[in-house]
Write a protein that binds this ligand. Structure first.
Ligand SMILES: NC(=O)c1ccc[n+]([C@@H]2O[C@H](COP(=O)([O-])OP(=O)(O)OC[C@H]3O[C@@H](n4cnc5c(N)ncnc54)[C@H](O)[C@@H]3O)[C@@H](O)[C@H]2O)c1
Ligand SMILES: [Zn+2]
Ligand SMILES: [Zn+2]
Length: 377
């Protein structure tokens, strides 16, 4: 086959034109990578709830048209000048939070929120202020520095983790976001202790992965909270000891949880993105030490409310992005954990779809019928 290195590649991608229309599959042109960038042939990409956040225009600073998808795996096709950590042929996973290893955040062990390229990323462009994608003569924007709903994408070197070539790319893509996020929050951010009680609001892929992390941390009780009764079975398969459906309670969720846990939980996790359930998760914590971690992404226009006395009496509120992992150093190890059987991935995948069925994948997520749909390129 003729080499594509240094040339523009034509391929298929799902374009999001605006919040009101379904995505359409189009032929796009993908320019070669510039300095510090990598062009990759995408293998597989999970559909995450955060994709809907961008698709539906809730992040109103993010421009259309754009290519979504940030939970992807693939193979490096070519690299730009100065790229040293990956080479053509390497297998990689996209990490939506960069990991430059140099900025103030990267150098501090307390955070994974690398600030490199943050201004260009917010407006859907590469660090030089331009895009590598065009469609019908029009510029198409990148999303979360990833844009994995495309057969080829260009991504910064600091947004790719090099992984074991033996790892199945159609499974480990989930480590690019949802599973790593949920699994890391109880281990890295909350630091759940053996014998503690935990509750998780929202049993999507993120919430299930939190359950998986709480189980690894040897929590004694893991309570899954979801309004979709169909989530009970899978929550228990992942290690939940209890399932609470707020819709079938006579009391409030908080009153119920506090009653069944002798005064409240040691650790709670919000994995929905709803400011009401964020409040419930904090109020369900035990006074004196309960710690609530917010993972859900809410509408930026929403505020959270709480009676300050809840905090004064010793409950703590925190958030977690990408489970606290520093992507390039941690994701290869998570792949190894999966390969050794220490963590699940296959069980998260409810649907495998081709790129032309992408809108169906979003419908499945929004109707609660999927756990994770993976788009196979
Ligand atoms: N912090 C991060 O780094 C990060 C990373 C990935 C995803 N997220 C966010 O995490 C959240 C979960 O993502 P996901 O992909 O697992 O979503 P999902 O849509 O697959 O799952 C959400 C679950 O919440 C349940 N739910 C909805 N409203 C509820 C309510 N009022 N009470 C109880 N349960 C309710 C749904 O039935 C569903 O099972 C989203 O907000 C997403 O944007 C955050
Ligand atoms: Zn995500
Ligand atoms: Zn950094």
């Amino acid at each position: 086959m003729e080499s594509t290195v240094g040339k523009t590649i034509s391929c298929k991608a799902a374009i999001s034109w605006d919040a009101t229309k379904p995505m359409t599959i189009e032929t796009i042109e993908v320019a070669p990578p510039k300095a510090g960038e990598v062009r990759m042939k995408v293998s597989a990409t999970g559909i995450c709830r955060s994709d809907e956040f961008y698709r539906s225009g809730q992040e109103d600073r993010h421009p259309y048209p754009c290519i979504l998808g940030h939970e992807g795996s693939g193979i490096v096709e070519s690299v730009g000048d100065g790229v040293t950590s990956v080479a053509p042929g390497d297998h990689v996973i996209s990490v939506f939070i960069p990991h430059c290893r140099k900025c103030k955040m990267c150098q501090n062990s307390k955070s994974n929120m690398c600030t490199e390229n943050s201004s260009s990323r917010l407006i859907g462009l590469m660090p030089d202020g331009t895009s590598r994608f065009t469609c019908k003569g029009q510029t198409v924007h990148h999303t979360l520095s990833c844009s994995m709903f495309s057969e080829y994408t260009v991504i910064c070197e600091i947004n790719v983790a090099k992984i074991d070539k033996e790892a199945p790319l159609d499974k480990v893509c989930l480590l690019g976001c949802g599973v790593s996020t949920g699994y890391g929050a109880p281990l890295n951010n909350a630091k759940v202790e053996e014998g503690s009680t935990c509750a998780i609001w929202g049993i999507g892929a993120v919430g299930l992965a939190v359950i998986m992390g709480c189980k690894v941390a040897k929590a004694s009780r893991i309570i899954a909270v979801d309004i979709n009764p169909a989530k009970e079975k899978i929550a228990r398969e992942f290690g939940a000891t209890d399932f609470v459906n707020p819709k079938s309670l006579d009391t409030s969720t908080v009153q119920h949880l506090v009653a069944i846990t002798d005064g409240g939980l040691d650790y709670t996790f919000e994995c929905i993105g709803n400011v009401q359930t964020m409040r419930e998760a904090l109020e369900s914590c035990h006074k004196g030490w309960g710690l609530s971690t917010v993972l859900g992404i809410s509408n930026p226009k929403d505020d959270i409310k709480i009676m300050p006395f809840q905090l004064v009496t010793g409950r703590t509120w925190q958030g977690s992005l990408f489970g606290g992992w520093k992507g390039r150093d941690s994701v290869p190890g998570l792949v190894k954990e999966y390969m050794s059987g220490a963590i699940k991935l296959d069980e998260f995948i409810s649907h495998k779809l081709s790129l032309d069925r992408i809108n169906e994948g979003f419908d499945l997520m929004l109707s609660g019928k999927s756990v994770r749909s993976v788009i196979i390129m």
